[in-house]
Ligand binder design. Structure first.
Ligand code: ATP
Ligand code: MG
Length: 406
């Protein structure tokens, strides 16, 4: 994409009331726009990152055998009130509901999670042990009336979540899936560049089970406190479950996995086992917030000049900068060659001083930068800069293509 055509512009300052690093950098670089606290728009650059994250997460969920679907955000009151053996509609502990009314006066809730509607929907499809096990997942907008929304896109009042639900016949069958889900989550966090600072963290199971597991990424921007219990295995415990004589670390919960048991299947979601006996389906739920994941990457990997995207989630593979009028023809050629080979290129073809282009490129954070200036015209050697290390090198275009195709 030609940067001269990109409707967003970088800016020197973020909104005055913005305090979190992720939102300041992402706003300045033109990835997001703030509507109000906890409510953000994703602009073209930001949406590209979200789509990359979505692809990475989808690949892992598909590898688990998850079937992708999409449920509505408009949820029925009665499912939450009395369908299952609990009432999360009137529960005082659930203080994040956005509720609204239809014209006929009946109430409905904007989805903050989907256990109740999914369990209800599956009653028509599950009846025998032959129908199990399976899992379903979606990328879906959740609404939460969060009390404090000061952490940029780490805590949205509207946000995209990948939520997966598993349905098993026995606790043992569930445990097997749960362990595989742990590995899938580990793969995701490794792939998006935060594996080294992300810990599998034992946490409270809430009202569902004794423990759940969170994936916590070390960061001062985090709202959780954890104790690292095994550095090599990247394991930790949330402070909420014990007080340990260990150093406290701040961390961001980037994902979590829950054993739900029969909380949401009892009494309606049942199957007949081999002996013809009726049993409740054994469930688990597995969440990742895509905006929170994107914000965490920015918190962990940025430097004083801007964002430093890992290649896998960067909005573009390459940032191509042409510095002078004279070098534009050659830069155009480089752009054509790269895009014809399916590389995603942001091409800074704007009439701006070199210094401004460099500063913008550092802020936007695409991992590889190609600089084309008058010098390049004679030697045909491109100047390549690595955003993460700051290292520069000179390469012919074919060699550069080989180096990023590996
Ligand atoms: P927190 O304790 O941070 O509020 P939670 O325990 O409410 O999170 P879940 O309800 O289990 O989180 O949601 C699953 C995942 O969705 C979380 O692990 C996180 O990645 C993401 N998430 C939760 N709340 C938000 C939010 N307000 N904005 C963005 N992502 C969120
Ligand atoms: Mg919450």
């Amino acid at each position: 994409m030609r940067q001269s055509k990109l409707f967003t512009k970088t800016r020197r300052e973020a909104p005055k009331d913005e305090v979190s690093k992720n939102a300041i950098l992402l706003t300045r670089a033109g990835f997001i726009n703030k509507e109000r606290a906890g409510v953000y728009d994703y602009l073209p650059l930001g949406l590209r990152v979200i789509k990359k994250l979505e692809d990475i997460v989808r690949e892992e969920m598909n590898a688990l055998g998850g079937q992708e679907f999409l449920m509505s955000s408009l949820q029925r009151q009665e499912l939450w009130e009395k369908h299952f053996n609990q009432d999360r509609w009137n529960d005082k502990n659930v203080d994040i509901w956005f509720k609204t009314r239809l014209k006929d006066g009946s109430e409905l809730g904007l989805a903050f999670t989907h256990e109740e509607p999914i369990s209800n929907m599956l009653e028509q499809f599950v009846s025998s042990y032959n129908d199990l096990p399976f899992s379903v997942y979606q990328f879906q907008t959740k609404f939460r009336n969060e009390l404090r929304a000061q952490s940029g896109i780490l805590r949205g009042r509207e946000f995209l979540m990948k939520d997966l639900y598993s349905f098993s016949r026995t606790p043992e069958e569930h445990d097997d899936f749960y362990e595989r889900a742990k590995s899938a989550y580990r793969n995701i966090f490794n792939k998006v560049g935060i594996g080294d600072s992300t810990y599998l963290t034992k946490a409270s199971g809430g009202s569902f089970s004794e423990f759940s597991h969170e994936f916590q990424t070390l960061s001062l921007a985090g709202e959780d406190t954890i104790y690292i219990t095994d550095e090599n295995k990247k394991e930790a415990e949330n402070k909420e479950i014990g007080v340990k004589d260990l150093e406290e670390k701040k961390a961001i919960e980037v994902g979590n996995i829950f054993t739900l048991g029969t909380k949401f299947s009892d009494p309606h979601l049942k199957f007949k086992d081999k002996d013809g006996k009726e049993r409740n389906v054994f469930m688990g739920s597995y969440g990742i917030g895509l905006g929170r994941l994107m914000g965490t990457i920015v918190e962990v990997l940025s430097d004083d000049k801007g964002i430093v995207w890992p290649h896998e989630v960067s909005p573009f593979d390459v940032h191509l900068l042409s510095l002078t009028d004279g070098s534009k023809v050659f830069a155009d050629e480089v752009y054509k060659t790269l895009t014809s080979q399916s590389f995603e290129v942001l091409y800074d073809d704007r009439d701006l001083r070199a210094g401004e282009k460099f500063a913008d490129a550092d802020l936007i954070g695409i991992p590889k930068r190609i600089v084309v200036g008058d010098k390049t015209l004679e030697s045909k050697m491109l100047e390549i800069k690595d955003r993460a290390t700051g290292e520069t090198s000179e390469m012919a275009l074919e060699d550069f293509i080989k180096s990023i195709s590996l």
